[in-house]
Design a binder for this molecule. Sequence first.
Ligand code: COA
Ligand code: AMP
Length: 634
Amino acid sequence: MGRFDEVYRAAAADPEGFWAAAAAEIDWTKTWDRVLDDSDPPYYRWFPGGELNTCHNAVDRHVENGRGEQAAIIYDSPVTDTIRSITYAELQDQVARLAGALAARGVAKGDRVIVYMPMVPEAAVAMLACARLGAVHSVVFGGFAANELATRIDDAAPKAILSASCGIEVNRVIEYKPLLDAAIDMAAHKPDACLILQRPQATAALTTGRDEDWEEAVAAAQPHACVPVAATDPLYILYTSGTTGQPKGIVRDNGGHAVALKWTMKNLYNIDPGEVYWSASDVGWVVGHSYIVYGPLLHGATTIFYEGKPVGTPDPGAFWRVISQHKAVSLFTAPTAFRAIRQQDPEGDHIGKYDLGHFRALFLAGERCDPDTLAWAEEKLQVPVIDHWWQTETGWAIAANCLGIELLPVKAGSPTRPMPGWDLKVLDSEGHEVPPGTIGALAGKLPMPPGTFPTLWNAKERYTKSYLANFPGYYETGDAGIIDEEGYVHVMARTDDIINVAGHRLSTGAMEEVLAAHPDVAECAVIGVADSLKGQLPVGFVVLKAGAGDGAVTDEVVQMVRDRIGPVAAFKSAAVVKRLPKTRSGKILRATMRKIADGEDFKTPATIDDPVILDEIRESLAGIGFPKAGGGLK
Ligand code: COA
Ligand code: AMP
């Protein structure tokens, strides 16, 4: 039996023993009563009775153990031409002071704090300061519009908001403060205090009585100690797209999260404490939470905060420059970033300009990794390229190739095998397991391992209904796929209306809600169409109300999605159609529309009420340039 099989079987045979051993790598102020509380299925809790502080484990203990002078964070920002290193000792000081500033403004254990920040190290300081107090942070991605921020403010009801005056995209400065002001105006809940980090690229006007200058507040604050919390207390809420405009507040607890992430740093990513590890994502996403901030810091590694893009800052050699300059031993990013690099540098000429001798592995996740991109990355980098599959809900990989245990043969299109701790099955619609090689719903047998979400914020019923009800005894991932004869997982498609645009998770249902709000729109549909750069792109169809002129409706709905959801939705194509194709029972045939848009062969569904509509859809799509020449991904 190979080493991976041994570890996988050990975790399956004795989950409590396995995770208790992993938990020994974490400092606890009080040991747990039980490793797993399974007394109330389908709800499970890891390490009940245990107490710890996540910030202590990510920062203070490394200073105590002699890593004070080691870089904790390297900030590399081509958009501001800055490179700055922050040691663990400096990080401890900054975090303790910000925690003191928050405490002075009434923030205490259990209170929520929204963090709306660009990719600057202060974003990590903000998250860790909350963790230090036992307060619950909720980071909102900068590319979301004010309306999305307002929804999150109302759901999380934060006592304070930490933000910055601006973020910087390749070609423009994005002022955050007007977005924050608009969101607070829109929201019913009002925070008591906002601390604003002033950046020189755009200074924000502060609202008297509510906003304060971050640096002044921190300079005047007393450092605050770590507050022990229960292992089962929430560390953060991270909102992610559900099937409607109301996002799901994924809850992460303190204990299981620290244990699982620390374990993955060596076993999955093969990183040793003291090494430089780079995840080129954003703190607004789960990858940023787990592998820009918490994972590397819990492990005593050095993490890179990169404020730039794979291309355009300034060229497609940006990633190689960062890896070489900071001696990063591995990189974690989304396949879309590699497609962008390859598009601009097909031969990989920029790679040859840098010394990548120390670079050991590339990890990809966030969307399906198309075999072409995998092969290109393998050939050009000459290191293992590891696709792994996970979700905001799970916090770490469900399936992966554990480089730190045993590198298994890579199969293009597969994120390899279920991770230790995961009992993954493929189920048919009745909830029965299907034979190897057969497509079905990917579902994890409960309990899920530590670090996965125990609930949704203030929405236990939605948690149960969305994830646990369809297949009793299982967590329904929302992904469809197969497990082959060799136990390799292949993730094929979502079973709901979530699409993946440049590695960003978006809901077409939420976009439909925006389109439907246009006064001239009678009916609408949004589908995800294959795109050779971003993986998928949303395309909208609107049916106008009788008497409405079709003048500017398509431009207006494009602008509405940008204003209400945000530029990150990349919603740029919409067509007016006379009717939407439906079944006789009235269900919109989105899958058929998608196939037409992608130029795929399809059978006209037997249940369609009028096949002629499909020709109309084909014509409308042709009018806005679909199917695209060259098509999508193979
Ligand atoms: N704040 C404000 N706006 C933002 C933003 C932020 N933090 N992030 C993105 N946007 C805007 C962009 O400026 C762009 O606006 P535009 O429509 O005016 O051009 C829009 O949102 C879409 O952004 P993006 O998806 O980044 O597309 P892009 O065309 O600018 O870049 C890639 C394409 C492939 C280079 C880029 O998407 C990328 O690097 N993807 C990797 C994603 C990733 O790491 N995902 C995390 C999962 S691991
Ligand atoms: P998010 O919650 O934003 O991380 O998005 C999770 C979704 O992205 C998953 O449910 C999948 O649909 C998709 N996804 C993430 N990683 C992979 C992968 N390696 N292969 C295929 N799909 C993936």
